[in-house]
Design a protein around this ligand. Structure first.
Ligand code: NAP
Length: 273
């Protein structure tokens, strides 16, 4: 992990709303300016999540492999405390290092958002096996490893973990990708049980089709755009902001009695039970 310089707002300085924030807590004991970690925070849904928390005055660490998108998120909001942390979350040593760095702080919110489809598979069985392995590493093990590394630093009580799964994890779609995303849901149940006694909530957001991200083509659109929009009850694709809003709510004091849940944010493409 490269040690990118950390730009900090001075302690006790004014936040976005002009209120003096650092070190303050609300009447419910919730820190006014939280420490938030967003994996995959340089692009798409993760960027929108990071920007949502930063706009509220929170200090946000954005994680991803490429430094450029992470730097761009920080540069777009020079008034905010956004810290780029380049890291490959499938690499054991890098995750241990990043865990040590983030563990120097008390982490209020951890958003496991990094993931996506593995595209450059070699032909043949060996290539298929490699694709399965890399897909599970990118989507499931990355989240499990980062969480394990950061877990001791998560605020007790009051910490929040939000995992980003997928509608594919609930209804299939993408083979190993669907398996990994389904795994996130089941792992989230166990993590919620582990955190409950310490006042840490763990929930899963399961997005449907969200355009304007790097997940699809250069225009951020699926080749099946019209069909996927047609599956929704609301007649439109999701936006990264739609997902960010749900994550922000689950990390809020209003969601303090919600844990171990899966929130579908899919325009009605898959109905809840
Ligand atoms: N878009 C949709 O329709 C949709 C639907 C359901 C679920 N999701 C899920 O939503 C999440 C965000 O996806 P998105 O649509 O916003 O696509 P995206 O723009 O491709 O975002 C994925 C992010 O994950 C990061 N990432 C991937 N592998 C990583 C690794 N090994 N280590 C660290 N970071 C890694 C990427 O950054 P680097 O490449 O720089 O590492 C990128 O910032 C994913 O988990 C995806 O599966 C998306």
């Amino acid at each position: 992990m490269a040690n990118a310089p950390v730009r900090r707002r001075p302690r006790g300085s004014a936040g976005a709303d002009g209120e003096t924030r650092r070190g303050c807590v609300t009447a419910k004991g919730v820190p006014v300016s939280r420490v938030v970690v967003v994996s995959g925070g340089g692009t798409g849904i993760g960027r929108s999540i990071a920007e949502r928390f930063a706009a509220g005055g929170d200090e946000v660490f954005v994680l991803g492999r490429r430094p450029e998108p992470l730097d761009a998120v920080a540069a777009a909001r020079p008034e905010a405390a956004i810290h780029p942390v380049p890291v490959d979350l499938t690499d054991t040593d890098q995750v241990i290092e990043v865990g040590k760095r983030l563990g120097e702080r008390t982490v209020d919110v951890l958003v496991n958002n990094a993931g996506g489809i593995v595209r450059d598979e070699e032909p043949g069985l060996a290539g298929a096996f490699d694709g399965f392995r890399r897909t599970v590493e990118r989507n499931l093990l990355s989240a499990m490893m980062l969480t394990e590394a950061v877990w001791p630093a998560v605020r007790r009580p009051g910490g929040r973990v939000v995992n980003i799964s997928s509608i594919a994890g609930q209804r299939g779609g993408g083979d190993a990708y669907a398996a990994a995303k389904a795994g996130m849901i089941a792992w989230g149940y166990d993590l919620a049980a582990r955190g409950g006694g310490e006042g840490i909530t763990v929930n899963t957001v399961s997005p449907g089709y969200v355009q304007d991200t790097e997940f699809f083509n250069a225009r951020g659109r699926s080749a099946r755009h019209d069909a996927l929009v047609g599956q929704t009850l609301l007649g439109r694709a999701g936006t990264p902001d739609d997902i960010a809003g749900a994550v922000h709510f689950l990390a809020s004091p209003d969601a303090s009695w919600i844990t171990g849940q899966v929130l579908g944010v899919n325009g009605g493409a898959l109905l809840g039970r």
